[in-house]
Design a protein around this ligand. Structure first.
Ligand SMILES: [Zn+2]
Length: 450
């Protein structure tokens, strides 16, 4: 592949596409409205799923005249709709089979995997914005610590690294030790992996007697699960590799709708508004005011074979539409994804989200980021949800300090969440290690008494 040549001016710019990234909100919204209108019309005319859903709701595409109409009149869809219509072959453009250049599966963290047919150009140019914003340039060398299966996230990153014009090394299906040797030999500057695996790889390096902090890696670009937006994870990854961690949040069935860490504020994520439109709504589907929290609902413009319009992500975010001082007008989320609506636990009337428990425990010095959150249901005077946490101490912590850590962690959770959550500090290296994504939440309620 021939690598592109950039002008001096482009190389110095902090933007991959300055006009789009800094477009004033009013102009950007006008552009979104035009794109939404044409996509809704296209979907209604070509995809049976949308025709059925919109007909049932009594909405015609031409009635969506404003962004308020989009919020108020257009029905939202979610994964269950897509799964149902996929079984009837009604979720994608009929006859598009010959244009499908790849087929992926979602990772199925929240249920059945979804098939995602796609067309090659649709999935590129998503990661490039983020990398450019953080100072990654074509001279950088990417290392993919990824086995290249049907999990989609890093395929799009792989194509984007080529698009950027960088050198790309695929770690492929080799084991972790071989990957450390490859990193030492090829001297890549950008490590692409899940946060879980970036930490695992550093552990393996230590086991081999190698120093992960002394490698050529300068950036760790992660996706697939919460990353450096969780302060404890950021600290762990940056310390392990002596490199900058950059978080990207995407939902694999919604490719193009990625949000990524602001280069200036580590607690902000920008929605890539070049390829997606996003709103935040309450449980009745009403728009949440700027600065408020609710469910993120997205439309991706890029997936032409199976576009997802007004798709409920079940992710809880706090959104901001005021321009960011990094210069971008693109909406931003404080703290990335705060919770999943379907993982909410109610303890004595208080709503608790596993991701907030994870974030809070990250503040306890001496605890590692390795943890499991177990949700159960118990019966007494009524039926209650119950949460308990198993967490490993940091490797340097002395075994004698574990009971003090437990007291501190439980006290912090009680003070900040408002309910008692037992914490068990388990021995170092006793929780399972994962190659791709860590399993954080173990929800036993469906099998329980409820
Ligand atoms: Zn910003």
């Amino acid at each position: 592949m021939i690598r592109p040549v950039y002008s001096q001016r482009a190389m110095k710019s902090p933007y991959w596409n300055e006009a789009l990234e800094t477009m004033p909100r009013q102009e950007l919204d006008a552009l979104h409205l035009r794109r939404l209108q044409s996509l809704i019309k296209y979907a209604y005319q070509n995809i049976p799923m949308y025709r059925e859903i919109y007909d049932e709701a009594g909405v015609r595409p031409e009635e969506i005249r404003t962004l308020d109409d989009y919020v108020e009149k257009l029905p939202a869809i979610d994964k269950q709709h897509v799964l149902k219509y996929q079984l009837q072959a009604k979720a994608a453009v009929p006859g598009a089979e010959e244009y499908i250049s790849f087929l992926y599966q979602t990772s199925g963290t929240t249920g059945k995997p979804l098939m995602e047919p796609g067309h090659f150009p649709d999935i590129i140019n998503m990661w490039t914005y983020q990398w450019w914003a953080h100072g990654i340039r074509p001279r950088d060398v990417f290392y993919f610590a990824f086995p290249f299966g049907t999990f989609m996230a890093f395929w799009s990153a792989y194509f984007d690294a080529h698009l950027l014009g960088a050198q790309v090394i695929s770690g492929g299906g080799v084991d972790s030790k071989a990957r450390i040797y490859q990193i030492q030999q090829f001297r890549p500057t950008v490590l692409i992996s899940t946060p879980t695996y970036a930490l695992r790889l550093a552990e393996v390096a230590t086991e081999m007697g190698a120093d992960s902090r002394a490698t050529s890696i300068r950036f760790i670009s992660t996706a697939g699960e919460p990353g450096s937006m969780v302060p404890g994870l950021r600290r762990a990854m940056e310390q392990a590799w002596n490199a900058k961690a950059i978080d990207l949040y995407g939902i694999s069935e919604l490719w193009g709708s990625t949000s990524w860490e602001c280069p200036l504020h580590t607690d902000r994520m920008h929605l890539g508004e070049s390829t997606a439109h996003g709103i935040v709504v309450d449980d009745k589907g009403r728009l949440v005011p700027n600065g408020g929290k609710g469910e993120f609902v997205l439309t991706n413009y890029e997936a032409t074979i199976q576009p997802l319009i007004k798709y409920r992500t079940h992710d809880v975010v706090e959104w901001h539409k005021e321009p960011c001082d990094c210069g971008r007008s693109w909406l931003w989320l404080r703290g990335g994804v705060l919770a999943r609506t379907d993982q909410m636990v109610t303890i004595k009337g208080t709503n608790v989200y596993p991701t907030s428990v994870q974030a809070l425990l990250g503040e306890v010095k001496g605890l590692s980021e390795r943890m499991e959150i177990h949700i159960d249901r118990e019966e007494g005077n009524g039926v209650f949800d119950r949460v308990c946490v198993k967490v490993e101490p940091s490797p340097e912590v002395d075994a004698g300090k574990c009971s003090a850590l437990k007291v501190e962690a439980e006290g912090l959770l009680r003070a900040r969440v408002g309910v008692s959550i037992p914490v068990e500090v388990v021995p170092p290296m006793s929780l399972p290690r994962y190659e791709l994504k860590a399993k954080l939440v173990f929800d036993h309620r469906s099998k329980g008494v409820g």
